[in-house]
Every structure is written in C-alpha cells, then in structure tokens.
Design a protein around this ligand. Structure first.
Ligand SMILES: [Fe+2]
Length: 210
C-alpha cells in the first residue's frame, strides 16, 4: 500500500535528479560548452518548488514531529535556511554571468541538497513514519500540499514526472488518485500522460484503473 512518505520520496528524487543535471550542465558550461542555458536555468523553478516544499514541511510536518520527537526538526529548519543561501549564491553568480562561480554554486547547492534529503529520508521521515499514525501522516501531507499555489500545480506535475522513475510515478499517481477530487485528478492525469510520452503504457500497466 502506498503511504504519504512514498510521495515525499518521489518529490525528493525529482529534486535530486534535477540538481544533478543542472550541476553537470553548469560544469560543462564552465569548461566552455555552449547551449546549456536552458538546463542551467532550471535552477529557478527547482528552487520555487523547493521553497514550497520546505514551507510545507515547516508548516505541517515539523510541528507534527515535534509532538513525538522533540527538537529533531530544528536542525532541518537550519538546513532549509542553508538551502536558501545556496540558492542566493547560485542566483547571484548566474545573474553576474560568471560560469565558474555558477558551477561552484551549483556544486555547493547539489551537495547540500543531497545531504539534506538523505537525512530527511533516512532519519526525519523514518521517525515521522514510525511514530505518527497513518491518518495523521495523511493530514500533514494534505496541509503541506497547500503551500503550492493552485495555479502552479500543473507546472509542478509537468516538472516532476519526467524526473522520476516508474515506482515513484506509480506512488505519486496513486496518492493523487486518492486525495484529489475526480475532475482535478483528470487534469493531472492528462499532464502526466503528456509529459512522460511512451512511459504512459507502463504507468497504466501498474495502475489499471487509470
Ligand atoms: Fe526539507
């Protein structure tokens, strides 16, 4: 059965894959390769999603965790502020059209993001899954999703699905199928179908009710 934490892992994997691609492109650009601006500039949308995600955790996940594991989440809030600084450094370097500084900044961003997500997956969300009931986990996730502006949600779906594997796609789709009103889910389904192309067949094989 799919659980809320499976959805979190899927989003985390999308962050990982995106920052890896951005960092690789920034290094190539610093070494003189042309035509990578569009890939590097993905850092802007990545960070928008990251900020909504971090806000959601701070509003809905960390307070719930505080009741069952006091003082754990505090360190993760500090990590989030570190990600904010890493973004500022990257944004400033890119805006200054400095490819070397940009590549250094994407490497820092990537390292910190990977470290942070690995800690969340293996520590923070492990405690969340072990000590909070499934219905309460679901409530926290619902509140967390509220930080994404409604009109930007389609962009988040279109950003995420090409970045994640079959299992994450299945989990995420099953979660939305459960929690979204039918008309909203139909819209999401169309976006998924459009963004994953021929992989749609695998998703419908995994979820025949699609
Ligand atoms: Fe986080």
């Amino acid at each position: 059965m799919v659980t809320p934490v499976d959805g979190i892992r899927a989003v985390h994997n999308a962050f990982r894959h995106d920052i890896d691609r951005i960092d690789a492109a920034a290094l190539d650009a610093a070494q003189g390769k042309e035509g990578l601006a569009a890939t590097i500039e993905r850092f802007r949308f990545l960070n928008e999603v990251l900020v909504w995600h971090a806000e959601g955790e701070e509003i809905a996940i960390f307070p719930a965790l505080e009741n069952v594991a006091p003082l754990v989440a505090e360190a993760y809030v500090k990590d989030h502020r570190g990600l904010d600084s890493a973004f500022d450094e990257l944004n400033n370097s890119y805006s200054a059209r400095d490819p070397l500084k940009t590549a250094r900044a994407t490497a820092v961003f990537r390292f910190h993001l990977h470290m942070h997500l690995a800690k969340e997956d293996t520590h923070l969300y492990r405690i969340f899954a072990e000590r909070i009931s499934l219905p309460d986990q679901g409530k926290s996730m619902g509140a967390m999703a509220g930080t994404i502006p409604k009109d930007r949600f389609p962009e988040v779906v279109a950003w995420m699905f090409p970045l994640i594997g079959h299992e994450d796609r299945e989990n995420m789709t099953r979660i939305w199928q459960m929690v979204l009103p039918a008309p909203a889910f139909t819209g999401v389904k169309e976006i998924i179908k459009k963004t994953i192309g021929s992989d749609w067949a695998e998703l419908t094989r995994r979820i025949p009710t699609l």
